[in-house]
Every structure is written in C-alpha cells, then in structure tokens.
Design a protein around this ligand. Structure first.
Ligand SMILES: Nc1ncnc2c1ncn2[C@@H]1O[C@H](COP(=O)(O)OP(=O)(O)O)[C@@H](O)[C@H]1O
Length: 178
C-alpha cells in the first residue's frame, strides 16, 4: 500500500547534528512527521542484547528493533535518526540524508557531550573515513542519498529548508499518482 507520508533517514557520525536537524524538520515540515531517535528508542524499549562497558554503548538487538519499527514505517511520516543506516531495509527509505561535519568540530561536540576519549577518537576517525556515507551508498540507491554539510547554523537552516522543499515535492508527486 502506498504511504501517505515519506520515511526519511537522517544519518551521520554522532555529533554531526542528526537530532538537531530532525527536530527542526518536525517543526517546519508541511506534513506531520514523527522523529524517532533510534538510540534513545533502543534504550527506552530495551531493544538491546547487552551494555558494552568498554565502549559505553548498547549492543542492539536488530531483529527486535526492526520488528518494533516496521508498523510505524509502513504508515510513513517518520524520521529515523541514527548513526548507522545499513540495518534498515532498502524499501523503507524515501530519502537518506547523510550529515557531514569537519572532524575537529565533531571532536569538540562529542567532548562537550562528555563522551569517553576512546569513543571520541573512534567517531572522529569514522568521520574522516566517511564510514557512514559509504555505508549509505552500499545500502540505498544513489538517487535517494543526499550528503549535507552541518557545521554552522546557516547550514542547518539551509538543510532543513531543502528537506522541506523535498517533502512538498514528494507530496505533490504522490497526490498525482493516487
Ligand atoms: N549545523 C550545526 N551548526 C551548529 N551547531 C550544530 C549543528 N548541528 C549540530 N550542532 C550542535 O552539535 C551538537 C550535536 O548535535 P546533535 O544534533 O545532538 O548531533 P547527533 O544527533 O548527530 O549526535 C549539539 O550541541 C548541536 O547544537
């Protein structure tokens, strides 16, 4: 069945601005969108196998996560905000935004967040090596992936404006099809 609203994945290395973008998009979208911060969702709904003390992170139970998300995704009108995207089936995504940021800025943002040094280093290197972008490219068709810089407030505003335009266009195209 055709969705009445799109599913947008916002991905990127931690600290690139996924939640900030998602929240602003919820506020500015012409159609109602629900923001799912997948990391928080995993914790709240206990969709993990264990807590890894060394990396200070949860090992996600991917089957449970996908089962929880499936009904929400089939309704559409969802922003999935997570630092990885390859677990989501290709058919789920209408648009995949990959946020990018200078790695030294990512470092500062994660330091402010109080991340342990090891985790800051890991994410810093991941941003330099464009791990998330490569993962998105390996998981979704090129035409639905958009790479956006997220270093300044101007970037943030321009990115959200672009996503709003995309939603308007998506809606128009789907109304003509239905
Ligand atoms: N484009 C941007 N310009 C300025 N600050 C930003 C931008 N994007 C994110 N930030 C800031 O960086 C920090 C991390 O952003 P957040 O949205 O939590 O990242 P993520 O969800 O990717 O981990 C926050 O303090 C946020 O205000």
């Amino acid at each position: 069945m055709a969705r009445l609203a799109p599913v947008i994945i916002i991905t990127g290395t931690p600290g690139t601005g996924k939640s900030t973008h998602a929240q602003m998009l919820v506020d500015e979208s012409p159609i109602p969108l629900k923001h799912i911060n997948v990391g928080e969702w995993v914790k709240e709904k206990e969709l993990y196998e264990e807590f890894d003390r060394e990396w200070q992170s949860y090992t996600v139970d991917e089957d449970k996560l996908l089962d929880e998300l499936e009904p929400l995704v089939s309704d559409g009108g969802i922003i999935l905000d997570w630092h990885t995207c390859e677990v989501f089936p290709e058919r789920w995504a209408d648009l995949v935004i990959v946020l990018r940021c200078d790695h030294s800025k990512v470092w500062e943002r994660l330091e402010k967040r109080g991340y342990p040094l090891k985790k800051i280093q890991e994410n810093n290197e991941a941003e330099i090596m464009q791990v998330v972008l490569d993962e998105a490219r390996a998981s979704y068709p090129a035409e639905i992936i958009v790479e956006l810089g997220s270093e300044t407030t101007e970037d943030l505003e321009a990115n959200v404006a672009r996503m709003v335009e995309w939603i308007v266009s998506w809606k128009r195209n789907h109304e003509t099809v239905v």
